[in-house]
Design a protein. Structure first.
Length: 431
């Protein structure tokens, strides 16, 4: 009898705790998506190339930059997610309402041109990655364009989000490639925690590239729009914040392994001299791994590049279409049908077609296109951060969810640093 009287009490104690845990897990899974996807898509072909170049030219010595950039990325992304959850509006919507249509139109036009250059660079990543696997760009680029168009236009938000999260798992190819390269983990950990500075211009330029490729303007527009479309509100905001933090940490952990893989192979093969070895694009990094880490590591690196390119080719045109349609007051959203948001879907379609077609132009100086788009994004980021800081500190809009002083300091410092880095980039380019 004592055993019988004890069991019901045990059940009564454990059931609420289990139910609460189950509720929290299900809630986290339901919110997981926008922050995680946005941050990880930032590891696009341009980002992979930049991280590969950092490892190939400077070994492990630039790994320390990933810590401050991760902190800045979390702060900026959390601001975008918070504005979306509290206001229920995209960033372009808020800019139009608070700053007027004229300022919005000029900003959207400049941003869209920069975004288009980045979209072309993403399709170039498909071409580069598939070339390592022996497939011509005249087959891989049109096939990739058709695939991302079908997934987005014919899908619905929840289904598209699940596909995106599933594809994120392919980023695990980079940690595997890094381990196959047999790096010096002690040295890698030391250089991650102990900053190293060098006054030479190429080293400083590489730091600019690492910061610029981690925090980009399109991310803020897409994340806030995705938060709104997913229906995240202030009740779900704490879980959404965890989604953002988790995504930002994961994306820079992947960046860490890309740097390590190239440092342990390409840099080491060049004799370990800083600024020595170099690569022309991310596909070069995949091919260079072959003699040092084996065919398997090389193929994994290339597969990761193609996967990153496909994800970016789907998301970047979406971000641009959201940016333009919200700014000008047109209907936008993946959950809407083509007939309900024709301008949004036609913009998305044209960006896919012209972005892919641009890459297929013979003898196109694509590296210059990529460089110009990165410079444009670097110049525009402080402007976007200015808008965000003004909007998120207006109590009329955000109520009690305005920024704390330390958040303003980090976001404002990021804007100032990006202005200084962009000025240094432009100066070094013209001199």
């Amino acid at each position: 009898m004592r055993g019988e009287s004890h069991n019901p009490k045990t059940v009564v104690r454990k059931q609420p705790a289990f139910s609460l845990l189950k509720y929290r897990v299900l809630t986290l899974l339901s919110i997981l998506g926008p922050g995680f996807i946005t941050a990880n898509v930032d590891n696009d072909p341009g980002g992979i190339f930049t991280y590969s170049q950092a490892g190939a030219k400077y070994g492990y010595t630039l790994l320390w930059t990933l810590i401050p950039t991760t902190i800045a990325l979390i702060v900026v992304q959390e601001m975008a997610a918070r504005m979306g959850a509290i206001t229920g509006k995209g960033l372009s919507d808020l800019i139009r309402e608070e700053f007027g249509l004229r300022a919005t139109f000029v900003t959207m036009a400049i941003l869209s041109m920069a975004f288009f250059g980045t979209i072309a660079a993403e399709f170039a990543g498909i071409a580069a990655g598939m070339s390592v696997l022996g497939v011509s760009k005249y087959l891989s680029v049109p096939a990739g364009a058709a695939l991302v168009w079908i997934v987005i236009v014919k899908g619905r938000y929840k289904r598209v989000e699940r596909i995106m999260i599933l594809l994120m798992l392919i980023y695990l190819t980079y940690p595997v490639s890094a381990f196959l390269a047999k790096p010096d983990w002690n040295l890698a950990l030391h250089d991650t925690l102990v900053p190293q500075f060098h006054g030479d211009t190429p080293y400083l330029m590489m730091i600019i590239g690492l910061v610029g490729t981690t925090i980009t303007p399109w991310m803020q527009f897409y994340l806030q729009s995705a938060i709104v479309e997913k229906g995240v509100d202030r009740r779900h905001y704490p879980m959404s914040r965890l989604d953002v933090i988790f995504g930002c940490i994961v994306t820079d952990v992947i960046a860490f392994f890309i740097v390590v893989a190239c440092a342990a192979t390409i840099f080491k093969a060049g004799g370990g001299s800083q600024g020595g070895a170099g690569i022309r694009d991310a596909a070069d990094a995949a091919a260079a791994l072959r003699p040092f880490a084996g065919e398997f590591a090389s193929a994994l690196f290339a597969i990761g590049l193609v996967n990153a390119s496909l994800l970016a080719c789907a998301i970047l045109p979406l971000a641009t279409a959201f940016n333009i349609c919200e700014g000008l007051g047109f209907e936008a959203g993946v959950d809407r049908r083509f007939s309900e948001a024709p301008i949004f879907y036609w913009l998305y379609t044209l960006l896919i077609v012209f972005g892919a077609g641009f890459v297929l132009i013979p003898q196109l100086p694509l590296l210059k296109v990529i460089l110009l788009s990165q410079v444009a994004n670097g110049i525009l980021l402080p402007i976007v951060l200015f808008y965000m800081l003004v909007l998120i500190n207006r109590k009329r809009i955000m109520q009690e969810y305005t920024n704390k002083p330390w958040q303003n300091v980090i976001a404002g410092s990021t804007a100032v640093i990006m202005v200084a880095l962009t000025a240094a980039l432009v100066w070094s380019t013209v001199t």
